[in-house]
Design a protein around this ligand. Structure first.
Ligand code: MTE
Ligand code: MOS
Length: 773
């Protein structure tokens, strides 16, 4: 039962898996297309849609005037238009919607629409936004200790800036929705969304409908990675508008290039930092200002910034720390969630600081890390006031140091570098500590609805969504284990707002923690009912002087309901179910869960926002060609903490995938815009995501054994999803280590993220120039 395969695995490889684009609709299906702004900031001074309207096969062309409800689709703050009015604020902003008999006709229609813009000055970089003072929301601060005092008496101080790039989510299935009008006001929407309840809510608002008329359904997404947490709402809303206007089913699916141009990405950041430390390398204070590019609307930027701020410490105890967070307006698509949700950006800066301290003190950065780690009894409070409890840093560090042969390889690398002029090797050992829970505490809730049918098979509905991570597989396992039945008798239904209402996004890595517990709550109720009836049934057939069965003796296991006190009294699960049915007992139950004991006061910047932390560490060794800037990942060792794994296969998959995705962000995935705000690389030929050749030549992934989650999570498991992405800092800093070997680690190389070939070569060039000075 433990390590079963992904429930869609076979469907994925046979092509049987039904994605939204595969759904069979009727001949009335229309294709929707979105005409978007081609200027980053401007006034729309004229437009003409007459010719497009006359094109045969065109069924509707909609503008902002055709929206029944408010022209707003901002998920948290209402600062995002469904369709632009007289002004556009980024390239990719929707202006017109077209519905036509075919995609080709819709494209033809789009070409016939004329728009005249008067271009206005736009803000396209964080530095420019800072200069113009355009914050998207008020700045935030988290503070502990006395930073100024620490700096005034510090032995060593380093200061600097770190530029961190964004990242395109690159889900394989681009944004898509299919809206089907029902009778009366009904709308059934198939949406590739991580957050069906929010998609439903925003559709209802924009369409001016009560939520009960809107059902949002999703079987599975072809990947999401945060990119469909809020921005799947957009295409779903557009599809609904076109569907209502035409009375037909309408599908809107974005082409890859359009998707990359129109939708938000991981936030870029500019970090300005200053750190105080002693001669051993123990850090006493850090001041960091985190500037981020929110884009043209708030979207999730403030929550993402909050997580960046709360991860500015990564795995280290910093007694005096001040973190200021500023999200800036730019004339670019609104940036959004991406695996790690700001955490990676916050942590990158911390790792850069540690790395610099190591080089400055001529010590191995791994040793600097170790002496700064959070401790168990003291030196364990985060800047936002939460204690780091059940800390796994020490066992992970110790084990990985040994299994990765770190010290031995360090010596080998040094001698390799001494003997090679153009090739240099580099290695880095980096930790991850990641807080699990939504930092907006009330979001930490989930619901389920479990049906048992008369044949003993079980259909599980829960509020989480499947995006490839294996949530439905884990839920299926949990249900089967709780009910003591075989996995083949449990099925997880497509997620729909009609079955489980008012859910939170499947995000923050908490999908299994939350929904798994909600499902358990439902199966507990069902077991209680069926168990009570089984108990009665056993007692009805009691032999003379036989001892009565107590409800507390009933157990569910091996497809059987047992009376533990009387081993002979047992009945098959499906018989117990049928018997309950004939005795008029409900075989359907809802479940609910909320994470206990978490809270956060935003104004004070203090609280216990996380139920627990996930930990992990990685060691990466790379080989760098200093003449081309090309590097090879020679070997990566990972040890990651997933508590008691629910499914090792899935967990290893998430760890490997997270690392590789993080490596893409840290090395090759560079977003480039021209000076007009056009995204220059919006397809895989110019935007370089990792491919099979980028995988470490020797990839050793293990999970920490013998450390169940100390909190009462489902079967003492831990979230996996996001944290492994940040293990890729070991690759990023291994490259820096190799660059720095060009001059025997004497000079701090200039560096940024991603470390593209260009960044690497410029950094080497700069080193050489500084040496010759
Ligand atoms: N894994 C796959 N295959 N596809 C995805 O889209 N999204 C990631 C992660 N792993 C993703 C993935 C992100 S951003 C999150 S928050 C979690 O999965 C969400 O799922 P979970 O909470 O059920 O782990
Ligand atoms: Mo994940 S970024 O929390 O969807």
């Amino acid at each position: 039962m433990k390590d079963i395969e992904h429930e869609s695995g076979v469907y994925h490889v046979t092509g049987e898996a039904r994605y939204i684009d595969d759904l069979l609709v009727n001949e009335r299906l229309l294709y929707g297309r979105v005409l978007y702004s081609k200027v980053s900031h401007g006034k729309i001074i004229a437009c003409n849609i007459d010719a497009a309207n006359e094109l045969p096969g065109v069924k509707a062309i909609l503008t902002h005037k055709d929206i029944p409800g408010p022209n707003q689709m901002g998920p948290v703050i209402h600062d995002e238009l469904v369709l632009a009015k007289d002004r556009v604020t980024f390239i990719g902003q929707a202006i017109f919607l077209i519905a036509a008999d075919s995609e080709e006709i819709a494209i033809e229609a789009e070409k016939l629409i004329e728009i005249k813009y008067k271009e206005l000055p736009s803000i396209l970089s964080i530095k420019d936004a800072i200069k113009k003072g355009k914050l998207i929301q008020p700045a935030r601060k988290i503070e502990t200790g006395d930073v100024d005092n620490s700096f005034s008496k510090a032995e060593n101080i380093i200061e600097g800036e770190l530029e961190i790039g964004g990242q395109e989510q690159w889900y394989l299935e681009t944004q898509i929705a299919l809206a089907m009008p029902g009778e009366g006001k009904e709308l059934l929407v198939y949406s590739s969304t991580q957050h069906p309840s929010e998609t439903q809510a925003l559709i209802a608002e924009v369409m001016n409908l009560p939520k009960m008329e809107v059902e949002v359904q999703i079987r599975r997404m072809g990947g999401a990675f945060g990119g469909k947490e809020t921005q799947a709402n957009h295409v779903a809303i557009w599809a609904c508008l076109l569907s209502k206007a035409t009375g037909c089913p309408v599908k809107v699916r974005l082409f890859r290039d359009d998707d990359q141009i129109m939708t938000g990405k991981r936030h870029r950041f500019l970090m300005q930092y200053k750190a105080a430390f002693d001669k051993r390398g123990i850090i006493d204070a850090i001041h960091v200002v985190q500037h981020t590019d929110a884009g043209a609307a708030t979207d999730l930027s403030m929550a993402i910034l909050e997580r960046a701020m709360m991860h500015a410490d990564n795995a280290y105890y910093i007694p005096n720390m001040c973190i200021v967070g500023k999200a800036w307006f730019t004339n670019l698509p609104s940036n959004t969630a991406f695996r790690g949700f700001g955490g990676p950006q916050g942590m990158a800066c911390m790792e850069q600081i540690i790395d610099r301290i190591g080089r400055m003190l001529k010590k191995d950065p791994a040793d600097i890390r170790k002496i700064n780690f959070y401790q168990n009894k003291k030196r364990n409070r985060t800047p936002y006031g939460q204690k780091v409890e059940n800390n796994r840093l020490e066992p992970i560090f110790k084990t990985l140091l040994k299994t990765s042969e770190y010290k031995k390889r360090r010596t080998e690398i040094n001698s390799f570098n001494a003997n090679n002029e153009f090739f240099k090797k580099g290695m880095a050992f980096t930790p991850v500590k990641f807080g699990i829970s939504f930092t907006t505490s009330f979001l930490n809730q989930a619901g389920a609805l479990v049906h048992i049918y008369k044949d003993g098979t079980v259909l599980v509905n829960h509020g989480g969504t499947e995006m490839g991570q294996g949530l439905h597989t884990k839920i299926r396992q949990i249900s089967a284990m709780e009910l003591g039945i075989e996995i083949k008798n449990v099925k997880v239904n497509a997620t729909t707002t009609a079955k489980v209402p008012n859910t939170s996004a499947t995000a923050a890595s908490a999908g299994t923690d939350l929904n798994g517990m909600a499902v358990k709550n439902a199966t507990d109720k069902l077991k209680d009912r069926i168990g009570k009836r089984a108990c009665e049934a056993f007692n009805e057939k009691l032999p003379k002087n036989g001892k009565r069965t107590k409800a507390t003796d009933i157990r569910f296991a091996n497809n059987t309901v047992y009376d533990l006190a009387h081993p002979k009294r047992k009945t098959a699960f499906h018989n117990a179910v049928l018997d309950a049915y004939f005795n008029q007992i409900s075989l359907s139950a809802t479940g609910y869960y909320k994470t206990p004991d978490i809270h956060f006061d935003r104004d004070k910047g203090k609280g216990k926002p996380y139920y627990y932390f996930a930990f992990g560490m990685a060691v990466t060794e790379i080989l760098l060609d200093t003449l081309t800037g090309h590097f090879t990942n020679v070997r990566t060792d990972i040890l990651h903490d997933v508590g008691d794994s629910l499914n090792l296969r899935l967990d290893i998959g998430q760890i490997e995938g997270g690392y590789i995705q993080g490596m893409g962000w840290c090395t090759t995935e560079e977003l480039k815009w021209d000076d007009k705000g056009n995204l220059l690389n919006h397809s895989p030929d110019t935007y370089k995501i990792p491919n099979i050749q980028d995988i470490p030549k020797d990839f050793r992934v293990a999970v920490l054994k013998g450390y169940p989650n100390a909190e009462k999570t489902i079967r003492r498991s831990k979230a996996v999803a996001e944290p492994p992405l940040m293990l890729a800092f070991s690759c990023w800093l291994a490259i820096k280590d190799a660059i720095s070997a060009v001059h025997e680690h004497q000079i701090e190389p200039m560096y940024s993220l991603p470390a593209t070939n260009e960044v690497i070569l410029l950094s080497i060039d700069d080193l050489k120039k500084r040496i010759s000075l």
